[in-house]
Design a protein. Sequence first.
Length: 340
Amino acid sequence: MVGAVISEREAMSLALEAARTPARRPHPNPRVGCVVLSRDGDVVGVGHHRAAGQPHAEVEALTQASDAARGGTAVVTLEPCAHAGRTGPCTEALAEAGIARVVFAQEDPNPVAAGGASVLGGWGIAAVGGLMVDEARALNPAWTFAQENARPFVTWKVAATLDGRVAASDGTSRWITGDVARAEVHALRTEVDAVLVGTGTVLADDPSLTVRDAEGMLAQIQPLRVVMGSRQVPESAQLRDGAAPFLQIVSADPVEALALLVERDVHHVLLEGGPRLAAAFLRAGMIDAIRWYLAPAVLGNGAPALADLGIGTMEDIRRFDINSVTQVGDDIRIDLVPRE
């Protein structure tokens, strides 16, 4: 594509494609892509952000473009940053390269890094936002949510029987769903920053909460394993095995826990706790999506998927909207979001 003359919209599509290049988001940063067009509209540079501490997409594209960037246009999926973190401000890099115009999709919702368009405008560089903004926001939904809401996005994952049980009356819960569903959960863990359970789940099940492949091998990148509650996590617990980072939050308040996690750059939490923890998050309004695995089986007794919400009348029923229903092996996966 380098050397081709394309429109700004075509350049943004190319920048979006570049941003999707990393297999995993460059945590804690968002996915970003950039295309540099010469003053004649030729593609002279394409870049994407690879990992925290490495060059931002703009710098990578400008490096490839070299002198051909002077007088040209930078097309970026996210408003160029105006602050110095592990790397310098992209606004300065664009100005030093002689860029005359910047077109970006999504305004930066991070209050620390935002304001790049105003900075560029103050230097006489035209900066226009909003081109293909919906596609750009779709690149980093959890990151964007966390920046705009000052807390992580929370997905509640459940594996239950047809009668809504997540464990038998003797406490055993392995395995309600089949191999295919469990493999999907491991894949889901690779997409989040933290997996959260309560101390009750730890003491009852001793979960590892790690990401493993079909052969049981640990994945290279693991989410933070988080336990909420005041009871001590035993030294012998699998969560303390060093296979992945571990954190205990001595609190029963979901709002407090999520505030602590967002300070650690956790943008997406997978809630895998038991009935009481799930109820606490629902009561607090802190569940943003649900992934429910339904096994074609019944127990007739045992732990329910959800503890008491204090609902005594149908007028107060909690309803959700279904995004998709998919058969996964022998089980059914239902993806839902809270109804407004």
